[in-house]
Design a binder for this molecule. Sequence first.
Ligand code: AKG
Ligand code: FE2
Length: 253
Amino acid sequence: MSTATLEPETQGHATAPDTVFLSRLDTPGLKQRFQADNEFLFLDTFLPAPISEAFAARIPELKDAVHRNFIPKHKKGGSVSRYTLDELAPEIPALYRDPTFIAWLEKLTGESLQVCPDSDPHAYALYFYTEPGDHIGWHFDTSYYAGKRYTLLLGVIDDSSSQLEFELFRNDASRDSVKDARNLRPGAMCFFNGDEVWHRITPLGENETRISLTFEYVTDPHMSRWRRFVSNMKDSIAYFGFKQVFTQALGRR
Ligand SMILES: O=C(O)CCC(=O)C(=O)O
Ligand SMILES: [Fe+2]
């Protein structure tokens, strides 16, 4: 039987990303900031322009694949799952999986990090804020895995007034929390422990566009069947739609 979906081996191969920019960063200093700030780090300048421009160049081809959601009082916007990115934007999974890139993130966390299994539609994904009012309300990026879940956000396109608002130390009863907000412009990054950092994206204005990329890494990729089901329901309803999520769960390949 022929399959319409390309096997990963036959997908367009992206050449390995040039990660030399990581060697120019003050990694010990950034690690100190990450650890002191409740496992959170925001950098305005991170991905070199050629990398974020290569991602942005894929946006026109991805527009038809955007799945839009509206959850009253919580979320309005579009998303593209890792399955679509595998087919249409191979540079993105190439950076996600790059060993030098992962090793650098491991230096910040002091944890051994793993990519999410193929069954996770959210391992890497694009978020599209393209209509007035698109937003996501306050939330944690809760880990459904046995271990911790770290989120990396990368700015791809941001002609918007929307801000990433965050509250650090919300789970720490022994001290005051710290609230702040940033624009996630192209080249910017935000890396954090999903169970620690409370955050939201404020509503998009008229004639604005904001497209961000998320990478998810975990310290233990095991997940119970029940949690996998809950996670898949969340990803279906709030992000990618049932077809994208459950085609994989029921045996995509
Ligand atoms: O759009 C973003 O930059 C982040 C969105 C977000 O926090 C989420 O979908 O969990
Ligand atoms: Fe989030």
